[in-house]
Design a protein around this ligand. Structure first.
Ligand SMILES: O=C(O)CCC(=O)C(=O)O
Length: 282
């Protein structure tokens, strides 16, 4: 084990999540939040368009977070030493806003097979039940891929408004509670969601999605991913490159391609409204 205890790994296998895990020092957390909020400010207050998708391909601060040794050590404890980074995005809830996230499984629009995929949700502010922290349906990852229905409500942060068809009452619903710099890690079949932020503080987190290079994806559209540790002996995913600088033309082009491939795959797997939030923040 490089980071997690044997118990935490066992809990992840049984429950589908482990939380909380300290990832960043307080200095690193402050710096990461400053960098993200400066980027948001440069876009008028929120990330928009393709910047919401795979932004580790464009912004070095996001790449550094995605490859932080503490995060990769935890990921390695759960999925082994060869690690691809598939996606990242930001999850921000303003003070008192009604945004929520419906019960869903991340793999619905990733389509990875087998679904040995996990998300690290890194808190850049405290994330408490009252500020709309994520809730996990304990053990629901063992249900496999569930069908979804669509409830396209404006306040749902999921672009397609999908709701996993699950009897949520049959599961223990576990709210996470994270200090800034801590993370929760969840399996991509785990059913999860989050309520509105009822506090006076902004709740801010970034997710990073990792899996082994051995996996494949459902559908025909190609996917791309960035090797962040170990080796890729399979070549199932188009190889991405780290960013050089946010205004480097090759970096911009690579980010645009990665984001477009990600979106095309999600659309192929049923997310017809993946661009829904591109303009909402405008
Ligand atoms: O940040 C939230 O409230 C939800 C995040 C989420 O659904 C995810 O990271 O998969």
């Amino acid at each position: 084990m490089k980071c997690l205890t044997k118990n935490e790994v066992q809990n992840y296998r049984r429950d589908g999540f482990v939380s909380p895990v300290r990832m960043l020092s307080s200095e690193e957390t402050v710096e990461a939040r400053r960098a993200l909020e400066a980027l948001e400010a440069s876009m008028g207050g929120a990330l928009r368009g393709p910047a919401r998708t795979k932004f580790y391909l464009r912004y070095p601060f996001a790449y550094r977070l995605a490859t932080h040794p503490a995060i990769l050590d935890c990921v390695e404890d759960l999925i082994g030493p060869d690690i691809l980074l598939y996606q990242n995005t930001v999850w921000a809830k303003s003070a008192g806003e009604d945004s929520f996230v419906s019960w869903h499984q991340d793999n619905t629009y990733f389509g990875h097979v087998p679904c040995e995929v996990l998300s690290v949700w890194l808190a850049l502010s405290p994330s408490r039940p009252e500020s709309g922290s994520m809730r996990f349906l304990r053990g629901s990852h063992r249900l496999g891929q569930l069908p979804v229905r669509y409830e396209l409500q404006g306040a749902n942060m999921l672009s397609s408004g999908q709701v996993a068809e699950v009897d949520a009452d049959a599961f223990d619903s576990v709210p996470t509670s994270l200090d800034a710099g801590e993370a929760s890690i969840h399996h991509a079949f785990l059913v999860h969601g989050s309520p509105p932020n009822t506090t006076k503080e902004r709740r801010l987190g970034i997710t990073f999605v990792y899996h082994s290079p051995a996996l494949t994806q459902l559908g025909e559209a190609p996917g791309s991913a960035l090797l962040v540790r170990g080796q890729d002996r399979y070549g199932h995913f188009e190889a991405e490159q780290p960013p050089l600088a946010p205004d480097d033309p090759a970096t911009i082009a690579r980010h645009e391609r990665g984001a477009a491939l990600y979106r095309a795959k999600a659309e192929e797997l049923g997310n017809r409204t993946i661009a829904r939030h591109d303009k909402i923040d405008a």
